[in-house]
Design a protein around this ligand. Structure first.
Ligand code: 13P
Length: 258
């Protein structure tokens, strides 16, 4: 096992919530609750909808906030006849530093598969935007004893044809589908077990890059359960949905050690 300290990453995924104006207010309210010392300990990101990215970027730049802008999706092509889509280059020009790819809601509702997720992740990397590659099993898959098999396949497919130095720089989000929006988070031991499995899987193909890749947990994180999850050795941060819509609750999750 390596001894590299990985910086924690806490990201608010606002999903399809908030107008551009509300998103600006949320970022400002979050910044009022965080101290400079908090940003020293943890990378903080917010993922608003596409329509809010520009406004959120303006607030962050004008107030000089050390908050990362995160997009919720990206297309794999850098331009072209893809009505309704947004390219990694467009995101990079808006100072977007991370993009979520393969969220289970997109896999479920928009037919995203590992091959598409892989293309999206590689497109993001080519523009200097760090992909947050989301994986996770359904309840049926877990109850059928196929959690590791499912997640292992998602990891291999989503990270295919990526050099190890790129893999070391990206983020994987383990989000069990049964824990998303249900109020039923994975027990810390379960999240640790799965995330450690993901890391070992990455190690078998990419060696020491497995010590650098940040693997975060998502699924019903709240201020009451975040500390126990973050205390686990392989869990490097969180992807927070519902609890991130209230800036005070989000700040409490970001400052999980207090
Ligand atoms: P909840 O925190 O609402 O369960 O959502 C998790 C999630 O999907 C973050 O991407």
């Amino acid at each position: 096992m390596g001894s590299i300290a990985r910086r924690p990453l806490m990201v608010a995924n606002w999903k399809m919530h908030g107008t551009f104006f509300e998103a600006m207010q949320w970022v400002q309210a979050l910044s009022y609750q965080l101290d400079p010392a908090d940003y020293d300990r943890v990378d903080v990101g917010v993922a608003p909808s596409f329509t809010s990215l520009r406004s959120v970027q303006t607030v962050i730049q004008m107030d000089d906030l050390p908050i990362h802008i995160v997009a919720q999706n990206v297309h794999w092509a850098n331009k072209g006849a893809y009505t309704g889509e947004v390219s990694a280059r467009m995101l990079a020009k808006l100072a977007v530093s991370y993009v979520i790819v393969g969220h289970s809601e997109r896999r479920r509702d928009f037919g995203e598969d590992d091959r598409m997720v892989n293309r999206k992740a590689r497109a993001a990397l080519s523009e200097g935007v760090t992909p947050i590659v989301a994986v996770g099993e359904t309840l049926e898959q877990r109850e059928g004893g196929r959690a590791e098999q499912t997640v292992g396949r998602q990891v291999s497919g989503s990270l295919a044809r990526m050099p190890s130095d790129q893999v070391g720089r990206l983020v994987v989000a383990y989000e069990p589908v049964w824990a998303i929006g249900t109020g039923r988070h994975a027990r810390p031991a379960v999240a640790q077990e799965m995330i450690s499995y993901i890391r070992s899987r990455i190690r078998s193909k990419h060696g020491d890059a497995a010590d650098q890749v940040r693997i975060i947990y998502g699924g019903s994180i709240n201020p009451g359960n975040v500390a126990a999850l973050m205390a686990k050795r392989d869990i490097d941060g969180g992807l927070i949905g519902g609890a991130s819509l209230d800036p005070g609750t989000l700040a409490a999750c970001v400052r999980y050690w207090t």
